[in-house]
Design a protein around this ligand. Sequence first.
Ligand code: ZN
Length: 114
Amino acid sequence: MEFLAVGFLVAIITSFVCGLFCSHLAIEKGYSSGVWFAIGFFTWILGVIAAAGLPDKKLREIFRNNIPTHTPGTPSKRVKPAAPDPDTWVCGQCFRVNPNSEDECYHCQTKRKD
Ligand SMILES: [Zn+2]
C-alpha cells in the first residue's frame, strides 16, 4: 500500500514538472500556456519533446516585421540612423559612422551629402 502511495506521489510530481516545462516552452514560443501544461501533465516526456519542437511564433513575428523584402533595383527601406555624437556623421550609403573631419565615408568612400 505504501509503495502505491509513493508511486502515485512520484507520478503526480513528474506530471507537474513536465507540465511546467511544457508551459514554460509554450510561453517562450508564443503558445497557450494552459493547453501545453495539460499536454505535458498527461504525456510527460513526450509533451516536453513536442513543445521543444514547436516553431517559435515570437521569433517568426520578429523576422517577419524586421527583414524587408528587398527587390533588386529599388532603394532599400532602411532608415538612416542619427549620428551617435555631434562630432560624427552617418554615411547615406552604408549607414556607418564617420568623424566630421572626413568629407568622404571612411568605409565606402561615398561623398558626404548632408
Ligand atoms: Zn559609407
